[in-house]
Design a binder for this molecule. Structure first.
Ligand code: KG4
Ligand code: ZN
Length: 333
């Protein structure tokens, strides 16, 4: 089954053709990062307008690369409909509805977080059940994936998402948006124990809280400047990254034990972080768990992961959307 998938939940316009949930025939993405970085973050209206301009070209490129024609080769159209920036989501949803209606194809709505989890199916032999560790710009969640479409949330962030914390700390350190990757690079030359940063406690031990950590970084930089000193950037980047990664890793291992899962699957933009991948691998090895993590090209937002999850949604529930499908800025799993 070949699915044409569309993703426009934030600042990447992406279209992909995915066969049977696992084989990526094409995955074309137009990123808007350069434009948003001028403003230090995503400007929702600009994101919607760029999706509007780019979506037809990106979709055509994905079909050409996969050597497919919609009417002849595509079995269904899938689209991210929640959660995300509402104006951005609406562009993808309406475009997908138009395609599905014009070519009389089933329309499969996909939840963005479930799609991130499915990025693990695009390489290797990953199969549920497992403990999903979703770390992105908008979400930080520990989710028990019992099956491809059966999830329960064990823990989530109470304030900032992991990627948001990376981006805000990076901004305080003077790096451009999105700053996660700059902290990752800078950390390589730093001492992770040079600065002692807080390790916030939460009432539910599987939940996260990153805002205190972000504030601690901002205050540290401010106070050091006030006293005429200067912060060692690689050391601060490494100390921040170490604290975030240890927090995610320790809670993920505890949540896997709690769920009775012997496999962990990392996903989301922050899954590209070298320190996080290394820390999780170390702890999975030490505790006898298997770790899956998608290749870097499927960590950030992309339509291939949407095409993968859509296949499992369609084959397990045959639940398709009609032409009244709407987009939602927030939606539980
Ligand atoms: O999954 P994603 O592309 O978008 C959302 O669904 O939110 O995640 C984007 C986030 C940004 O906050 C970005 O800074 C972060 O992923 N990110 C990283 C790295 N690469 C991207 N954070 C830490 N280390 C990285 N190497
Ligand atoms: Zn995402």
């Amino acid at each position: 089954m070949k699915i044409l998938a569309i993703e426009t939940s934030c600042d990447e316009t992406s279209c992909a053709v995915v066969e049977d949930g696992r084989v990526v025939l094409s995955n074309v993405t137009a990123t808007q990062i350069d434009e948003h970085s001028l403003y230090g973050g995503v400007v929702p209206e600009i994101a919607s307008r760029r999706h509007c301009e780019n979506i037809v070209g990106v979709c055509e490129a994905a079909l050409v690369e996969a050597d497919c024609r919609i009417s002849r080769d595509i079995d269904a159209v899938a689209v991210t409909y929640a959660p995300g920036l509402i104006g951005a989501l609406l562009v993808g949803v309406n475009f997908a509805k138009g395609l599905a209606a014009a070519h009389d194809k089933p329309l499969i709505p996909v939840h963005h977080i479930k799609a991130h989890i499915a990025s693990n199916y695009l390489s290797g032999e990953c199969r549920p059940p497992f403990l999903a560790v979703v770390v992105s710009g908008g979400h930080t969640s520990l989710i028990h994936a019992r099956d491809y479409t059966d999830f329960s949330v064990i823990g989530a962030t109470l304030d900032d998402a992991a990627g948001e914390a990376f981006d805000k700390a990076a901004r305080a350190m003077g790096f451009p948006y999105p700053g996660g990757v700059y902290i990752d690079r800078e950390s390589v030359n730093g001492d992770a124990h040079a600065y002692k940063l807080p390790f916030p406690k939460t009432a539910n031990s599987f939940d996260f809280s990153f805002s205190g950590l972000k504030t601690a970084v901002i205050n540290l930089i401010h106070n050091t400047k006030q006293t005429g000193g200067s912060v060692n950037a690689p050391d601060l980047a490494a100390s921040f990254q170490y604290t975030v990664c240890e927090m995610i890793t320790s809670k993920a291992i505890a949540a896997a034990r709690h769920a009775g899962a012997d496999t962990l699957c990392l996903s989301g933009g922050v899954a590209a972080n070298g320190g996080l991948r290394a820390a999780l691998l170390r702890e999975c090895d030490a505790n006898g768990f298997t770790l899956h993590a998608p290749p870097l090209c499927y960590c950030g937002d992309n339509a291939a992961m949407v095409g993968s999850q859509a296949y499992y949604e369609y084959t397990s529930t045959i639940l398709t959307a009609d032409m009244s499908l709407n987009a939602y800025a927030t939606l539980g799993l």
